[in-house]
Design a protein around this ligand. Structure first.
Ligand code: NAP
Length: 301
């Protein structure tokens, strides 16, 4: 029998792209259901009666947004997540796959890359502490329902995502789309200011890799540990920005302003993911950036 899968956050970056890979799943936005309202959440799940829920909806933002509005990040994420997990339970949903983030992991650990077991080994980075703790609470919530009710509720943790359908507006954008937009709009020969020192390291995950991985995770990831979804390599922001510039063929100078660097590194191991999905190939960064820029040019015509 076909599994009926319902996806929250269906109008977001991940949700929109996922629709191209799994068009037969049901995608909900905030205009279909307000996940901040428990009653709305429960009646929606009861209406659709899904076999499985993929919970993507969240208050998400870049480093500036996270550091300026921690109250909103904490309140909205903790409320939505709490409502989703409990409403799944009350509506009789047997399977939940919920999105955490590598931002939920400690600011520093003794040994890198960190593994899933390290999730509680220290507080998340201060710049995204409210978001990180709300994601940890979501993880704890699924653990509790597994233990007490025997439910197949589990979590996955993507690293920094980028790709087609991403947010390029400065209010919502993360550093890769923000950089692409800035470079695209810069005049040839000009100097482009980039936030931070360029030194922090990031594992940039191409969106299509996550979209390809999700059906496998739904089928195979039934473990109580969350699973990290991240490419095997990382680059410093300076190198990622320079690669963007080269791919875009822009003749501009880059100036790193040294402000608000964020976490220095947060590279997670994909060893468990690779065990679960043998042969899975991550998109090389240059190829992912090229596809992202092509999509940006096409969609801004
Ligand atoms: P996004 O583009 O900001 O989308 C957020 C989604 O949540 C939208 O569909 C939005 O609906 C929905 N939403 C927000 N408030 C809601 C509410 N009150 N009721 C119902 N729906 C609500 O986020 P994303 O980048 O796709 O992220 C998806 C998941 O991946 C999140 O859990 C995030 O934490 C995780 N993640 C993202 C990244 C990344 O780099 N983007 C990295 C790691 C993990 P509307 O469009 O209707 O507002």
């Amino acid at each position: 029998m076909k599994t009926k899968v319902l996806v929250t956050g269906g109008s977001g970056f991940v949700g929109k792209r996922l629709q191209k890979f799994k068009p037969d799943w049901i995608y909900l936005s905030s205009s279909d259901v307000d996940l901040l309202s428990y009653d709305d959440c429960l009646s929606t799940f009861k209406k659709y009666k899904p076999d499985a829920v993929i919970h993507l909806a969240a208050r998400v933002g870049g480093i500036k947004d996270n550091s300026e509005k921690p109250a909103e990040f904490f309140h909205q994420n903790i409320t939505m997540n709490t409502n989703v997990v409990h409403a799944c339970y009350e509506a009789g949903v047997k399977r939940l796959l919920a999105s955490l983030s590598t931002c939920a992991f400690p600011n520093t650990v003794e040994k890198y890359p960190f593994t899933e077991e390290n999730i509680f080994d220290g507080p998340p980075a201060e710049t995204n502490g409210a978001y990180g703790f709300s994601k940890r609470a979501l993880y704890v919530h699924t653990l509790a329902y597994r233990k007490q009710y025997g439910l197949d509720y589990s979590c996955f943790c993507p690293s920094n995502l980028y790709g087609p359908e991403d947010h390029f507006d400065p209010q919502k954008s993360h550093f890769i789309p923000a950089t692409i937009k800035k470079l695209h709009e810069a005049e040839e020969g000009s100097t482009v200011e980039i936030w931070g020192t360029g030194k922090p390291l990031r594992q940039a995950l191409f969106i299509d890799d996550l979209c390809n991985a999700l059906p496998h995770l739904l089928e195979r990831h039934h473990d109580e540990l969350p699973i990290i979804v991240a490419p095997g390599s990382q680059q410093c922001i300076h190198d990622i920005v320079t690669l963007c510039k080269d791919i875009m063929g822009k003749n501009v100078s880059l100036e790193f302003n040294g402000n608000l660097d964020g976490q220095y590194r947060k590279d997670g191991s994909n060893a468990r993911f690779k065990e679960l999905c043998p042969g899975f190939e991550f998109t090389p960064l240059a190829e992912g950036l090229r596809k992202t820029y092509e999509w940006y040019c096409e969609s801004s015509k």
